[in-house]
Design a protein around this ligand. Structure first.
Ligand code: IPM
Ligand code: MG
Length: 354
């Protein structure tokens, strides 16, 4: 298992540090893990003048799987867009063709009271959001800035999907649904956008190959509303890049804290980049306050999807449950009045429980 560690910026090094301890525990038991370390985002810009420099590109291509913390920070906000930390993340996704982004939103029963919704609305929640990650308005051309005929400044982007891009993510959606409760909801804006009309046609067509899966379609505005009204109606959601970006942040709140949710970004052969879905939280960086659980759960996804080690994935996930059941809480998941522990202490508990 050649694993590249990219701590990134902000709280990244702290949370990734705890996940590396879990990997070292497995390694000490004889799991064939080979770790290497590199830079992405602001940290890479500081060292090499680019958020996804050549040296990181080579490391990333050589790895079987990558564990990423998070990128970005206020000190980089004034950089030109092409070298901002976010471009490092978008660059590595595109370079490695990581088109399938799996973002589970599940609620651990111990955290039901931390959700912003009523416990009865979210108890038992278990949704998988599948977000297409290398197309859409994120990468469509043309894009840019220009002066229009009236002499006014304009910004413009292009929403774009080719049929083959929709087909391959639709297959991921249907295959995932087959392994779960066989319900797939495809989210689009086909009442307005041509891109979405194509999306809906293609998903419907691919659906014929999966007769056991109950396929439904929903407009994205309605999906945003349904996610907070009755989130348990969903099993698997498949959607494009920008809608998935927004809906997955929304869904994370159902799960109590954005600090709980892992993600996997996979290519066609299950090579993957694994990262918590939260950002770099510069306001608490370096203060031993961040929750490392989303990063450790991202490792579980790595063991499952890139290395087919369901046993190790389950040890991590069961370990997280045990730690939550024991009452250990970082600030983001503690209720008012509950004792709060730091990143390192949470890491100690996780390493022991795994
Ligand atoms: C995410 C983030 C990224 C995205 C940003 C940091 C570029 O919000 O992973 O969801 O928009 O994809
Ligand atoms: Mg996002």
């Amino acid at each position: 298992m050649k694993i590249l560690i990219l701590p990134g910026d902000g709280i990244g090094p702290e949370i990734v540090g705890q996940a590396v301890r879990v990997l070292e525990k497995f390694k000490a038991e004889g799991v064939p893990i080979e770790l290497s370390h590199g830079l992405l985002g602001g940290a890479a810009h500081d060292a090499h003048g680019h958020p996804y420099p050549e040296v990181t590109q080579q490391q990333a291509r050589a790895a079987d799987a990558i564990l990423l913390g998070c990128v970005g920070g206020p000190q980089y906000d004034t950089l030109p867009r092409a070298v901002r930390p976010e471009q490092g993340l978008l660059g590595i996704r595109k370079d490695l063709k990581l088109f399938a982004n799996l973002r589970p939103a599940m609620l651990y029963p111990e955290l039901a009271a931390s959700s912003s919704l009523k416990p009865e609305v979210v108890a038992g929640l278990d949704i998988m959001i599948i977000r297409e990650l290398t197309g859409d308005i994120y990468f469509g051309q043309p894009r840019g800035r220009r002066t229009n005929a009236a002499g006014e400044d304009e910004g413009f982007d292009t929403m774009h999907y080719a049929k083959s891009e929709v087909e391959r993510i639709a297959h991921v959606g249907f295959r995932t649904a087959m392994k779960r409760n066989k319900k797939l909801c495809s989210v689009d804006k086909a009442n307005v956008l041509d891109t979405s009309i194509l999306w809906r046609e293609v998903v419907t067509e691919i659906g014929k190959q999966y007769p056991e899966v109950q396929l439904s379609h929903m407009y994205v505005d309605n999906a945003a509303m349904q996610l907070v009204r009755a989130p348990k109606q969903f099993d698997v959601i498949v959607t494009g890049n920008i809608f998935g970006d927004i809906l997955s942040d929304e869904a994370s709140m159902l799960a109590g804290s954005i600090g709980m949710l892992p993600s996997a970004s996979l290519d066609a052969s299950n090579k993957g980049l694994y990262e918590p879905i939260h950002g770099s939280a510069p306001d608490i960086a370096g203060q031993n306050k961040a929750n490392p659980i989303a990063t450790v759960l991202s490792l579980a996804m790595m063991m499952r999807y890139s290395f087919s080690r369901e046993d190790l994935a389950q040890r991590i996930e069961t370990g997280v449950r045990k730690v939550l059941a024991s009452g250990a809480r970082t600030g983001d998941i503690a209720l008012p009045g509950e004792a709060v522990i730091g990143t390192k202490a949470m890491g100690d508990a996780l390493v022991a429980a795994v």
